[in-house]
Design a protein around this ligand. Structure first.
Ligand SMILES: Cc1cc2nc3c(=O)[nH]c(=O)nc-3n(C[C@H](O)[C@H](O)[C@H](O)COP(=O)(O)O)c2cc1C
Length: 803
């Protein structure tokens, strides 16, 4: 097999349940699902021996001989009846035995792909399956119920199976799903899971005392003689206050040179001066600058910081940043410097004693007051923080003991945008309120008046199939693009998937992108399954953060951000920029002697993954890449894959970082023993992870679910990501709508996982490193697929004659 050639992989991209719409619905999870306690954990594993030279792998994955190289690998798992009914449709492969059924998925009613503008037809009577529930599909999480609306397309255009010959008329397809409308940004997530349904059932907290009832605030005793509380504002006044907060904007564009009348500026400064302050110390001063010379000096300082920041950015971000205006120092008639004097109020300022930062906090509140009052006056304000604070103090001739809290550009504006300018530029997204409100304890998320919602259940409930309309538009567009139909092979499938996922055609170009590298240790290391010592996990994390690993080089090349998450490294890691400290526990327990994790730990690690997806997407990333680091984690990956592919451990256990025959035989035996001990039930994905998984596997599951729920593509790396995807699919089959297999790893278990998932890898270069390296290499391929949809002319627009 020549290097760099695609290896056709059996299976299909998203599976049948993705083809059905998924209206918001209650999830039905048995209450005992998360409540089961695991036995006590054994102690930490011992460390293994010194590293050996890597050995060559012996087990070559066997490509599907039926699938010709070069033919767009098209997912299988279509219903042949419908495909046959479509004129011009190629015969489609039978569902991979065991894939659909094993996952407990009901065959969805399918409808021919819309072609040549033809309207998709409804599923033939009797083919629409009943909604799949937990009891039927063996999954504790529900699959999408099917539509019964005959006007609604039931089945998006879909690829033929891997054995189907390519055809000019054939519609390549990836995941295919239907859904009409849904949330377009983070602030309007799909309806949360019904509070009467699953979320309660998913709650781990089974302490009845901790429930919302017991958390009722102590109400004052009703006493008719007691005066009513002080009145709030009348409705219109209250609305005015709330309106000014809603409509306050940070402005950088569209300033006018009109002078600000003294009385207006005075009102604004008065408002600032009424801010609350620690110990009523009123630590602020306001330096009002109009001088063009001073503003020019400040502009030069900001310019230098801007350049330094731009240099620190990954390429994908830097491109975006270049387009952003980040200050309006020269465009505004007035600049205001707001300082904090940490000595004001003397030595005994009330409240500042323990928290000296309360002084600048107080000045920041003055800034907010100023900002709101300015908005009410029709004045725009832009806060500039691109300054070296000490340099600024000197340039402005401020007393050295002052801290600069804010540098504000103020002036009249053409308009106030509805949304933050950074959101409009695609730099960031607004986080919904429900993400940040916790009831009583951190992590117990509930808006006032609502029951607490479980993060996992909420995430699963927000995962939707691909949007059929956008998917259909993508295929129509591909047919009109100036190239032979199907000539972009797998890229056509990817771009259609991106369209269906984003509900947009052409789809957003998945840039910027971030690789999330979850790091964790494994108790099974004690069984001598690798030649690398366990402390290498923590050392490699330091290497990622220092920029010296392969993932850093690849990330630099493709312009992606590297985000490292300690979800379970055995050693203590020092706080370092770029490291997210999210340790659930310091490594798993040895799966050969007991469960690796408790169910609660699994759930906590899944939540780490979900939260990471949320953070990275809210920060403006348009693609997530999986990465992982954990010495001995290929052992856990092999065990997971063995369970979910129903394959003997000998077939899916590889040589990881490179081990000799003797160690490999031991590793196979270790996996076998663990599986015999736990007899994991694939229908209980959290239980499977608890028995034999790793903390990074659980976090990867969360990242996949989180990405899918935010309609953001997730590019999978190697064997650990494959194992995690199998588990994630058992939780929510539609998760595959967001998944793209970045590469095929040299680990035999990875091929088994990809086959089971029906995903075709984009890159096949015998990598077996992890760290997200394979996913990073695939990123430009995915970006190219989307970019082609934007930039390639159509036959009509370019005046090219069609065949
Ligand atoms: C502490 C602070 C510093 C800021 N610094 C800058 C800055 O240097 N440049 C800039 O363009 N915006 C700056 N902003 C504005 C934010 O980007 C803006 O508040 C955010 O995008 C939300 O938009 P909105 O204020 O219009 O709601 C700053 C805001 C705050 C609160």
């Amino acid at each position: 097999m020549p290097l760099g050639q695609f290896v056709p992989v059996e299976g299909s991209v998203p599976t049948t349940p993705h083809l059905a719409p998924t209206p918001p619905r209650p999830l039905s999870v048995p209450p005992e699902y998360f409540a089961q306690e695991q036995p006590e954990q054994p102690g930490q594993p011992e460390q293994a021996t010194a590293p050996e030279a890597p050995a060559h792998r012996t087990a070559e994955p066997t490509p599907d001989p039926a699938a010709a190289p070069g033919v767009p690998a098209v997912p299988a798992q279509e219903l042949p009846a419908q495909a046959d009914a479509t004129p011009g449709a190629e015969p489609e492969a039978d569902p991979e035995p065991g894939t659909l059924q094993d996952a407990g998925q009901q065959p969805a009613a399918t409808v021919p792909a819309p072609r040549d503008g033809e309207r998709p037809t409804a599923a033939p009577a009797g083919t629409a399956p009943a909604p799949v529930d937990a009891a039927e599909d063996g999954s504790p999480f529900p699959s999408a119920p099917e539509t019964t609306d005959p006007d609604e397309p039931m089945h998006a255009p879909h690829p033929a199976g891997p054995t189907a010959p390519a055809s000019q008329t054939e519609q390549p397809a990836a995941a295919a799903l239907i859904e009409a409308d849904g949330p377009e940004d983070l602030s309007t997530p799909a309806e949360p899971a019904d509070a009467d349904g699953l979320p309660q059932a998913l709650l781990l907290d089974d302490d009845p005392e901790a429930g919302p009832d017991s958390a009722e605030p102590l109400a004052p005793a009703a006493d008719a003689s007691v005066e009513p509380p002080a009145p709030g504002y009348a409705d219109a006044e209250r609305e005015a206050v709330l309106r000014v907060m809603r409509e306050r904007r940070d402005i950088r564009n569209g300033f006018r040179s009109d002078p600000i009348p003294h009385e207006v500026l005075l009102r604004v400064l008065e408002a600032a001066h009424t801010a609350p302050s620690v110990g009523h110390s009123q630590p602020w001063d306001f330096v009002v600058i109009k001088s063009a010379d001073t503003r020019r000096t400040m502009h030069e300082l900001a310019q230098r910081q801007r350049e330094a920041y731009a240099k620190s950015l990954p390429k994908g971000r830097a491109k975006q940043f270049k387009e952003l205006k980040i200050e309006a120092i020269l465009d505004t008639p007035v600049n205001i410097v707001v300082t904090a004097d940490p000595t004001r109020g003397g030595r005994h300022t009330l409240g500042r004693h323990t928290q000296p930062q309360m002084a600048p906090y107080s000045s920041a509140l003055a800034v907010e007051n100023l900002w709101l009052a300015a908005r009410a006056e029709g004045l725009g304000v832009g806060w500039v923080s691109f300054f070296d604070e000490r340099e600024m103090v000197r340039a402005l001739g401020l007393p050295e003991h002052l801290e600069v809290v804010a540098y504000l550009c103020v002036g009249y504006v053409d308009e106030f945008p509805d949304e933050p300018e950074l959101m409009q530029a695609g730099w960031s997204k607004r986080r919904p309120l429900s993400w940040v409100v916790h009831e009583e304890t951190y992590g117990r998320r509930a808006l006032p008046g609502e029951d607490p919602h479980d993060l996992l259940a909420e995430t699963v409930g927000n995962i939707r199939p691909l949007d059929a309309k956008a998917l259909g538009e993508a295929w129509e567009r591909q047919k009109r693009m100036t190239k032979p139909a199907g000539a972009l092979g797998m890229l056509e499938i990817i771009s259609a998937q991106l369209s269906g996922l984003s509900r947009m055609c052409p789809p957003p170009i998945p840039e910027p992108a971030a690789v999330a590298i979850f790091a964790g240790d494994h108790g099974v290391h004690a069984q001598g399954v690798t030649s690398w010592p366990q402390e290498v996990t923590g050392q490699m994390v330091a290497n990622f953060l220092g920029g010296g690993a392969v993932c850093n080089a690849f990330a630099n090349q493709v312009g992606a951000e590297v985000c490292v998450i300690d979800v379970g490294v055995a050693s203590e890691l020092p706080a370092t920029p770029g490291l997210l400290p999210r340790k659930v526990r310091a490594g798993t327990a040895d799966m050969t002697t007991g469960p690796a994790l408790t169910r609660e730990e699994v759930k906590a690690a899944i939540e780490v993954g979900i939260e990471t997806a949320r953070d990275l997407v809210a920060a403006g990333n348009k693609a997530l890449l999986t990465g992982e680091m954990g010495i001995a984690n290929t052992t856990a990956s092999a065990a997971l894959i063995s369970v979910y592919t129903d394959t003997d451990p000998a077939e899916v256990t590889g040589r990881g970082t490179g081990i000799n025959d003797e160690m490999h035989a031991r590793k196979v035996e270790v996996v076998r023993r663990a599986l015999e001990l736990h007899q994991p039930d694939p229908a209980d994905p959290v239980g499977v992870l608890a028995a034999i998984g790793g903390l990074e596997h659980a976090a990867l599951v969360g990242l996949l679910l989180g990405g899918a729920s935010l309609r953001t593509p997730v590019i999978l790396d190697g064997v650990s990501a494959g194992a995690a995807a199998l588990v994630a699919r058992a939780i929510a089959p539609e998760v595959l709508a967001a998944c793209i297999a970045g590469h095929r790893s040299a680990e035999p278990g990875h091929v088994a996982a990809l086959n089971k998932l029906g995903l075709r890898p984009l890159v096949d270069l015998d990598l077996r490193l992890g760290e997200g390296t394979g996913a990073l290499l695939a990123l430009p391929v995915v970006q190219s697929a989307a970019r082609a949809m934007h930039e390639v002319a159509t036959f009509d627009s370019a005046g090219v004659t069609e065949k």
